[in-house]
Structure formats: structure tokens, C-alpha cells
Design a protein around this ligand. Sequence first.
Ligand code: ATP
Length: 290
Amino acid sequence: MELLHVKAPAKINLFLRISGKRSDGYHDLYTLMCPLALYDTLTLSAGGKGIVVVCDHPGVPEDASNLAARSANLFLKTAFAGNSLPISGLTIHIDKKIPVGAGLGGGSSDAAAVLMALNDYFGQPLSTQALMALGTRIGADVPFFVRGAPALATGIGDRLEPFPHLTPWTALLVYPNEVVSTAWVYKNLNLRLTKDEKKLSKFHFDGRLFKLDEHLVNDLEPVTERAFPVIKAIKRLLLAHGAGGAMMSGSGSTVFGLFADHERAISVCTALRDNQQNKNWTLYVADLLI
Ligand code: ATP
């Protein structure tokens, strides 16, 4: 196979509400997700035996558990079920730019990018719907990345409705170099859910008009923030520097500030980077892909 280069974008959650706990242990979500112009780059090439992942990021597994490897495996088995596979082996090289365990969905996005690249390469044997259904088996956010556009998600995050009503903000992302386990956050949320049940019912969203002052809410934020108080400090800092709103994405630890003006986001990014106190943080400026 020729080399295939594909870009896998990050995402932020503009709101993330937990609407209940399911009998299977998962939680029901109501979330507004938007892709961002911050990308991993994947290079796929045929050859060798089996699926090989190469990634020099220490937090990313290079074995069969890598989400990109799992999706390649699942795609090939599904698209060529009953037939011999068209390739004996596949190497996936991941140039990791999206921070890992950061609430930006990097692993899920890599998985979706592989599904779409292989499907295109082999002449689209599967429909987008079928790719999304495969993606759900890898992770709840994968179908969102197969769509690749802002969406309201319900269920475990896999039932999607397009959301074409967002303003073209620029996000300033601050990753405090704290790796957060999504499973840990949900486990600790369970303990809080009963206390917060009343608060959960207060959210009113008409499904169309997203208001920064009202709707920028993340039910996972208090849980992660208790373990990583730096999250609150970053939010304050972003707001003090003129962000229209600031919040943690997904289960954290990345915090984003939204700016109407791209240049302003860049100058705040430079100012925060120059401050020696913030030297453990990694900052990114990325436009929302609306
Ligand atoms: P989410 O917002 O969906 O919870 P996240 O940004 O918090 O995602 P990821 O960066 O997607 O988290 O990675 C979560 C875990 O998945 C990591 O611990 C990592 O070891 C594992 N993983 C497997 N494959 C990948 C991949 N291709 N890229 C990044 N992480 C991967």
C-alpha cells in the first residue's frame, strides 16, 4: 500500500452533563462536542505481518491495545469478513501532538482516522453509519470523530445530532501535564451524584442557542478539580486574561479558554508561556472546527 497520511483532530466538550447512571455501569451523558484544529498525524503503510504501531510518546501503547490498532483490526475483519485480507500487515505511525489522558479525545480520534482512511483506501466497502457503529465498539467518542463536526451527543456519548450553530471561537488550551484517568473520574463521580442530583436538573438548553455564561458546564470538573486544584487556577487565569469563558474538557486535565479574537488568544498564550511559574504546562491555540 502507498503511504497514507491522515490528520486526527482533538475535541473539546462545550458542556458535559451527566444525566444518570445506567445498569451496565456506564453513565448517560448530554454533551456538546466540537473538533479543534489541533491534530495527531497518522501514517499508514502496508507490509510485514500483523498490525504494528509506532509512536514515540511514552503514554501511548505500541501493542494491540492501541486504539488505532484496534480499529484497523476491527475494520479489516468486518470489511473483509469471510474473504482473505487484502494485506498481510499494516504499520501505523502516530505523530502525537494531542496530549494524552487530557480530555481531548486523542486516542478516539486516532481510531476514527484509521477507520476512515482504510475505508477510503479500500473503495468504501462500509457506509459512514457502519463505520460509526464499528467506532462505538472501540470507544464512545469514536463515532463523533467519524462525523468530524460539532455535535450534541446523548447515550454514552455515541448518539449524535449535528450542531451547526456555534460561533467561530479560538480555544487557548492549557494542559497542566497531569494525566487523568477517565475511569477514575467516573468512579469518583458516583459518590457525588446523589448529592448533586438537584443541581443537575437546573440546566436549560434549547438545543440551538449555546450561551457561554449559562451553558459552559462540566459535571466532571468538580471531581477532577478536587484532585488537581491547578485546574481552578488555570480557569481563573484564562478569565483574567479576557477569555469569554473557561472550562475543563471531558474528564480533564486540559482547561480551555474561548476567545472571539484569534490574535488575542495567541498573545495570551505567549504571555502565559513566558511566565516561568507556568513552565510545566503545555499551551496550544486552536480554532474550533465549526
Ligand atoms: P477522552 O477525552 O476520550 O477521555 P483522553 O484525551 O482523556 O480521552 P486519550 O489521550 O485518548 O485520553 O488516551 C487515553 C488512554 O488510552 C491513554 O492512557 C493511552 O494509554 C490509551 N491509548 C490507546 N491508544 C491510544 C492512542 N492512539 N492515542 C492516545 N492514547 C491511546
